[in-house]
Design a protein. Structure first.
Length: 211
C-alpha cells in the first residue's frame, strides 16, 4: 500500500482539509466527486484512499474527534492539585474551545447520522474515552459530596453532553450572546453558560479557577 493511502500523508491530509471546508460551505458532508473537483485531481486517485463516500465521512469524523479528544485530555491534565471541580470545568472549556476554534469539525460531528457514527468503532472508542474521563471525574465528585448520591453519573454525562452541544451550536450560530445576561463575546458567553450548569450539577459556588 502506498504511503499516500495512509493517514498523515500529504494527499490524505489535503483531502481531509478540503472535505472539511466543503462540509462547512455546503451544510452537508461532501462526496468524493466534489472533493476531487475542488482539489483538481481524478476521482481514481481518491478512490485509492477512500473506497466510497461513507469512508470519507468516517475519516472526517475521526479527524474531528481526535482533535476534540486531544484538546480535552491536555486541558484536564494541566489542572494542578487534582481538583475534580476545576478538571470538570476544564473539560467543558476544552469542548467549547474546540467547537469555537474548529467550527467545521464540530459541524461534521453534529451532522453525522447516529447510525453511521455508531457503526464506526474508532469514533465510538474516541467518544467512550471522553465519557470514561467524565465518569471518573463525576465519581470522584460524588465521593467528595459534590454530586448527590441519587444522581446517576451516566445520566449526568448524557445531560451535560446535550447541554454543551446546544451551547456550542448557539455559539456557532452567533446568537448565544443575545441570551447572555451580560455583554460577552460568543466564547465567553458559552463558558459562562457551562459554568452555570456545572455549579448546579456539582453543588459548588464556582468550579472554575479564574485566570
Amino acid at each position: 500500500m502506498s504511503d499516500l493511502s495512509q493517514p498523515g500523508s500529504n494527499l490524505y491530509a489535503r483531502v481531509i482539509e478540503v472535505a472539511t471546508v466543503l462540509a462547512n460551505e455546503n451544510g452537508r458532508l461532501p462526496g468524493l466527486t466534489e472533493v476531487a473537483e475542488r482539489i483538481g485531481i481524478g476521482i481514481e486517485a481518491l478512490s485509492a484512499l477512500f473506497p466510497d463516500d461513507a469512508r470519507l465521512a468516517d475519516a472526517l469524523g475521526e479527524n474531528a474527534m481526535l482533535l476534540l479528544l486531544d484538546q480535552c485530555v491536555r486541558s484536564v491534565v494541566q489542572v494542578e492539585g487534582g481538583d475534580v471541580l476545576a478538571q470538570f470545568a476544564a473539560l467543558a472549556d476544552a469542548y467549547l474551545e474546540w467547537a469555537y476554534r474548529h467550527p467545521r469539525e464540530s459541524y461534521i460531528i453534529g451532522a453525522m447520522p447516529a447510525g453511521q457514527f455508531e457503526s464506526n468503532h474508532r469514533l465510538m472508542r474516541y467518544e467512550e474515552s471522553l465519557h470514561e474521563l467524565m465518569l471518573k471525574l463525576l465519581l470522584r465528585a460524588r465521593d467528595e459530596g459534590r454530586l448527590a448520591e441519587d444522581d446517576d453519573p451516566k445520566m449526568v454525562i448524557a445531560v451535560a453532553h446535550t447541554f454543551a452541544y446546544g451551547v456550542a451550536r448557539k455559539m456557532a450560530l452567533g446568537d448565544l450572546s443575545r441570551w447572555s445576561p451580560e455583554d460577552h463575546e460568543p466564547l465567553e458567553a458559552a463558558r459562562q453558560a457551562m459554568r452555570f450548569f456545572i455549579r448546579k450539577i456539582l453543588h459548588t459556588v464556582d468550579p472554575v479557577r479564574e485566570s
